[in-house]
Write a protein that binds this ligand. Structure first.
Ligand SMILES: C[S@@+](CC[C@H](N)C(=O)[O-])C[C@H]1O[C@@H](n2cnc3c(N)ncnc32)[C@H](O)[C@@H]1O
Length: 229
């Protein structure tokens, strides 16, 4: 983990190793989303992050769009694999009322020191290379009864829209750094044995979106083994 004052300099240094498109994407990310944030995304982020309590982890924090929404009392660990994104996140972390610790890594590399009460994943489960593997990791990192807070664009429930999402998916992934336009993240979560839906809201913001709160189910009790006679 890095101290607040050192992080900006640290990530600026690492950006040199990132592709030019990665750096460009990070630079245009906030302006690109500005209209959608004003329209309704910002409102949904605020509503969702109000529910972040206890030890908090934010995965794939990007430029740190969420940081301003955490309650001032909160301590948040956050990580992202893009140094260019993290350089901007460092600046937002410095200005945020909450205490934010940043780390440079992806979901497959993160090594938590403890479990979390809340895990936040906004607009990132669309991009992770293997959704089921990522959900298994989040399950391990969340304490039983802990909350998984999700904001995500999803595959439309309307056949015709889902069809064009499927057709656009490869080009969209190229432009959007691997973002999968037609990933049915809501269905994966609803069918996941470890997560129990607490809140699920669907809304439209150019694309179909979900905002969800899922509780990590307790581990099933091990049946005591009967001695074999
Ligand atoms: C669309 S941006 C979302 C950023 C931020 N969470 C938000 O709500 O605005 C997707 C982010 O996921 C990050 N990302 C990509 N692959 C990842 C991975 N394997 N593990 C964690 N984050 C990843 C990207 O670097 C990028 O910052």
């Amino acid at each position: 983990m890095l101290e607040k004052d050192a992080i900006q300099h640290h990530f600026d240094g690492h950006c040199a190793g990132e592709s030019w498109y990665g750096r460009l994407f990070a630079r245009i990310y906030d302006p690109l989303l500005a209209a959608a944030e004003r329209d309704s995304l910002g409102w949904h982020r605020r509503h969702l992050l109000n529910q972040a309590e206890g030890r908090i982890l934010e995965v794939g924090c990007g430029t740190g769009v969420n940081f301003g929404f955490y309650h001032p009392d909160r301590k948040v660990d956050a990580f992202d694999p893009s140094p260019a994104m993290l350089a901007q996140a460092a600046e937002k972390a410095r200005l945020a009322p909450a205490q934010i610790q940043l780390e440079h890594c992806g979901i497959d590399e993160y090594q938590p020191a403890h479990t979390y009460d809340t895990i936040v994943a906004t607009l990132v489960l669309c991009t992770v290379p293997d959704l089921e593997r990522s959900l298994a990791r989040l399950q391990d990192w969340l304490r039983p009864g802990g909350r998984l807070l999700i904001l995500e664009h999803i595959r439309s429930h309307k056949k015709r829209t889902a069809l064009w999402q499927g057709m656009l998916r490869p080009a969209w992934a190229c432009v959007g750094q691997g973002c999968q336009l037609n990933r049915a993240t809501d269905q994966h979560l609803l069918q996941h044995a470890a997560f129990q839906q607490q809140e699920l809201v669907y809304f439209q913001n150019s694309l179909p979106f979900m905002r969800g709160v899922f509780l990590r189910r307790p581990e099933p009790k091990q049946e005591p083994r009967l001695p074999i006679l």
